[in-house]
Design a protein around this ligand. Structure first.
Ligand SMILES: Nc1ncnc2c1ncn2[C@@H]1O[C@H](COP(=O)(O)OP(=O)(O)OP(=O)(O)O)[C@@H](O)[C@H]1O
Ligand SMILES: [Mg+2]
Length: 401
């Protein structure tokens, strides 16, 4: 326990986080600059003032589609009627000076909007893509960003994470895995691509055995690697949580409910790969009637309130929020402990549903970890505890005070 604490302290002495942020034509910001310290950063302001937009901008310094999973084009600033100047066609951008273990880097990312001739229908077609530069050098693989900055977020939409369908929980879990294994992002993207191809082929009546078999073999190989990485992450988090105090934030027990992950409990990976390949081949007919076939694309991430042995979906709203916070805090500390990589926390309205005791315990924990945490709220009085330890910004209509 003392060992864990002192290892975490060693790494958080080295600073990681955003030092300067510049947004251009990003959502409601025409041009915004913000200078920040590596400490809790409290953004307050009324509804619609631009708090979440700042968190979203920071999430674009990491691979993927940001904390809202938005379409790249919808982020571009929409001008109000009385504004005559239109933003340049193309592009919103986010630029940041960051620290990664005391080393400085610059990251820039922007929408690139281009119009290309479409040879098939002899017209033109618009293409959007996100370009990324690290220290002014353009990079081709977004996953590279993961070497310089890592962000973990909680958003109000995640208040319903434990209710409803499995897909958001699976994506949440996969993001936790990416932070440890950058290849996981590539594997999940590759699996989805193969799965789409395989589905289209079968539904179009294609019976090319060689082609189908080769897709199934590739899906099974990346599927088993995905399942193994998920299992490893769950084990890492459960082990870490074992030694955490089970007090204000309840300890959680994490489980995977998926056929491939379960098979890996008792079988070597190669056997599971063979099983998965044969299983997919047997499912071809079923795919004609079902949209989804069982496998790693159907796995559920199950969370329990450990002491009560209560599934998260049956816990109260505030308890569910506390369980989510427990997972995020465990993930943060595991990243520091096992990767020496201090993440930035993006906590959007995180205090909603937490009672005063839990809210202060969370703020206290963030302060003790000495990491950069961006926290939004409409209620500035919630942050009295951090009066001397945080940077406070008040937002009004996209202007920061
Ligand atoms: N593409 C865009 N162009 C211009 N404004 C936008 C764009 N997308 C969103 N907005 C606006 O940005 C404003 C700020 O949104 P944001 O979600 O950051 O508010 P917030 O401060 O988090 O509010 P709340 O407290 O309600 O969560 C909103 O009024 C929203 O309509
Ligand atoms: Mg908001």
């Amino acid at each position: 326990m003392t060992d864990i604490k002192s290892t975490i302290e060693t790494f958080t002495k080295l600073k990681s986080g955003v030092k300067r942020l510049t947004l251009t034509d990003f959502r409601n910001y025409k041009n915004m600059r913000l200078q920040t310290e590596i400490c809790p950063i409290i953004l307050t302001g009324e509804n619609g003032s631009g708090k979440t937009n700042i968190l979203e901008a920071i999430s674009f310094l990491t691979p993927g589609r940001g904390l809202r999973g938005a379409k790249l084009s919808e982020i571009k600033r929409i001008c109000s009627d009385n504004e005559d100047e239109m933003p340049k066609l193309n592009d919103w951008s986010v630029a940041a000076d960051i620290l990664h273990n005391n080393e400085e880097y610059t990251i820039g990312t922007a929408l690139q909007h281009s119009i290309k001739e479409d040879l098939d229908d002899e017209g033109t077609r618009a293409y959007d893509r996100r370009i990324v530069k690290i220290n002014q050098q353009k990079i081709t693989q977004q996953a590279e960003l993961g070497k310089y900055i890592s962000a973990i977020w909680i958003t109000p939409q995640m208040d319903r994470l434990f209710l409803g369908g499995t897909q958001p929980r699976r994506s949440f879990l996969d993001r936790l895995v990416y932070a440890f294994d950058l290849e996981h992002a590539k594997r999940t993207a590759a699996f989805e691509h193969l799965y789409r191809q395989w589905t289209q082929l079968i539904k179009s009546g294609q019976t090319d055995e060689y082609w189908l078999k080769s897709l199934e073999t590739d899906m099974a190989a990346s599927g088993v690697a995905i399942a193994a990485a998920r299992r490893e992450q769950i084990a890492r988090l459960n082990t870490f949580i074992e030694q955490e105090p089970d007090d204000i934030f309840p300890n959680v027990r994490l489980e995977l409910d998926g056929i491939i992950e379960k098979m890996l409990d008792t079988n070597p990976a190669l056997h599971v790969e063979d099983f998965y390949t044969a299983f997919l081949a047997k499912q071809r007919r079923n795919l004609l009637y079902n949209d989804y076939i069982d496998g790693i694309n159907r796995t559920d991430f199950k969370v329990y309130f450990k002491k009560k042995n209560m599934p998260a979906e049956l816990c109260s709203t505030g308890e569910q929020k506390a369980l989510l916070v427990s997972i995020i805090l465990a993930q943060t500390q595991c990243q520091i402990l096992y990767k020496g990589f201090v993440p930035v926390l993006l906590l959007d309205e995180v205090t909603t549903h937490l009672d005063d005791c839990k809210r202060d315990a969370l703020l206290d924990k963030i302060r003790a970890l000495r990491i950069q945490a961006w926290i939004t709220s409409t209620e500035p009085q919630n942050f009295e505890l951090l009066r001397h330890d945080a940077q406070f910004f008040n937002l009004k209509n996209g202007i920061i005070f």
